[in-house]
Design a protein around this ligand. Structure first.
Ligand code: AMP
Length: 215
């Protein structure tokens, strides 16, 4: 059977990271998240992390040279596995480069899943988002509360607000998404199977809908 290769697209705060990790768990796929790879490099203060941090803090895209290196390594590390790619590609140029990388490796994208959410709902969601810096679990002060206030349910670490979840940075990230990333949807409409899911509701219901629409 062919390995499953999925791309998940959606604005920051659309819930794509949460859904991607569930899809990965359910289907036994590697979860390739460029945002997580970059945050890991930032927290380890590697040269790559220090370079990337300047862009991430402002809600801007990190240069392609850094991103292509990370994705190349991630594809090499998961070459015998299926994967779901989250946060990449983010521009039409990155989508073109991904097509070339996959062609070289004899791999193909099976599905492109778009999570569609109204930008104003996203601004509210991200104001309340908290993350665990240790195990990467994601919470929301309104909707996904921790059992003990301020402490991660999974590992007990103190949960934090991501620096790029401040409202001004969120607005920049949404603008970058509309300008740079949303055009990819048309790119994949022509090239590969594209499915769109409404991301406004409950996490469980959205996950069930994703399982219905993914082939
Ligand atoms: P995310 O967790 O996907 O929202 O990514 C957080 C930040 O990492 C973004 O706002 C960008 O600064 C950077 N980033 C993640 N993926 C990419 C990418 N494919 N290209 C450029 N920058 C990226």
């Amino acid at each position: 059977m062919a390995l499953e290769h999925i791309i998940i697209l959606g604005a920051p705060g659309s819930g794509k990271g949460t859904q991607a990790s569930r899809i990965a768990r359910e289907r036994g796929l590697a979860h390739l998240s460029t945002g997580d790879m970059l945050r890991d490099a930032v927290s380890r203060k590697t040269p790559l992390g220090l370079e990337a941090e300047r862009f991430m803090k402002g809600g801007l895209l990190v240069p392609d040279g850094i991103i292509f290196g990370l994705i190349g390594e991630a594809l090499d590390a998961s070459k015998d596995k299926g994967w779901i790619m989250d946060g990449f590609p983010r521009t039409v140029a990155q989508a073109g480069e991904l097509s070339r990388m996959l062609e070289k490796r004899g791999e193909k994208i099976g599905s492109v899943l778009v999570i569609d959410v109204d930008p104003e709902l996203i601004v509210r969601r991200l104001a309340n988002r908290r993350v665990c810096p240790k195990c990467k679990a994601v919470y929301n002060l309104d909707t996904i509360k921790t059992r003990v206030p301020g402490k991660c349910d999974a590992c007990g670490a103190a949960i934090v607000k991501r620096p790029d979840d401040e409202e001004a940075t969120v607005r920049t990230r949404l603008e970058v998404y509309a300008r740079e990333t949303a055009p990819i949807i048309d790119f994949y409409r022509k090239v590969d199977g594209l499915v769109v899911v409404n991301g406004a509701g409950d996490i469980e219901e959205i996950f069930a809908e994703i399982n219905r629409v993914l082939k």
